[in-house]
Design a protein around this ligand. Structure first.
Ligand code: MG
Ligand code: ZN
Length: 218
């Protein structure tokens, strides 16, 4: 019987992730891994950011879903190149899947590659995909206690997008609480608050992302 320790699998993933990152660096592609629960508003955020950035950056997307291509169809509608990964049950993406998906793009024609991970705040935390930046998306409706309850995913992220800010008047969401918890876990990180459908907070968020891109690649 062969028994493979999870640690070894993660090590193999980390090596592949480094190879992905080296490939993105060589091609001048900035890669962002977007994580968050199902329904956090990840795709809606991407739609708003891409619309704001359309004259500045050439984006592409890898969509991770257990089944279907609903989000990929939304991204495609914007004229943004997209590859759908269907994990058929697996609850996170890994670096191997990203290597296969990225091979489908002409990286020379891309500045920003966004990976929309499977909706999941748990095991997506354990898998480096080769990204330069990991963004965790949390909607106000999910509650302000999530960084305290799911620390790993927040700890490994460099930015928190608080989405659906327009709902704040209807919720007991304490932005100071999530800010304090997140800053304790990830002191060097950025926190941005948006209402993507209304466009509130999107222009500064788009500027911030374009700045991260430029600072890493040039
Ligand atoms: Mg989505
Ligand atoms: Zn998983």
């Amino acid at each position: 019987m062969k028994i493979i320790a999870a640690k070894k699998i993660l090590k193999a993933n980390d090596q592949l992730a480094e190879e992905n990152r080296a490939g993105f660096n060589a091609a001048g592609v900035y890669c962002v891994n977007v994580v968050g629960s199902p329904g956090a508003g990840k795709t809606t955020l991407l739609e708003a950011l891409f619309t704001a950035l359309k004259d500045r950056l050439r984006p592409a997307v890898i969509e991770g879903d257990i089944a279907g291509s609903i989000d990929a169809a939304r991204i495609e509608k914007l004229g943004v190149p997209v590859v759908q990964i269907n994990t058929q049950g697996a609850c996170h993406l890994d670096a191997n899947m990203i290597a296969a998906a990225a091979a489908d793009f002409d990286l020379a024609a891309i500045d920003l590659l966004v990976i929309e991970n499977i909706g999941n705040l748990v095991c997506t935390a354990g898998f480096d995909l080769g990204e330069h930046l990991r963004i965790v998306v949390l909607s106000t409706a999910e509650g302000d206690d999530k960084a305290a309850k799911y620390p790993a995913i927040f700890q490994g992220s460099q930015a928190l997008f608080i989405t659906k800010a327009d709902l704040l008047p209807h919720l007991n969401f304490n932005a100071e609480r999530i800010t304090a918890d997140f800053k304790r876990l990830a002191p060097q990180s950025e926190i941005l608050q948006v209402a993507a459908i209304q466009g509130d907070g999107i222009p500064p968020a788009a500027d911030w992302l374009a700045g991260k891109c430029a600072a890493t690649l040039r």
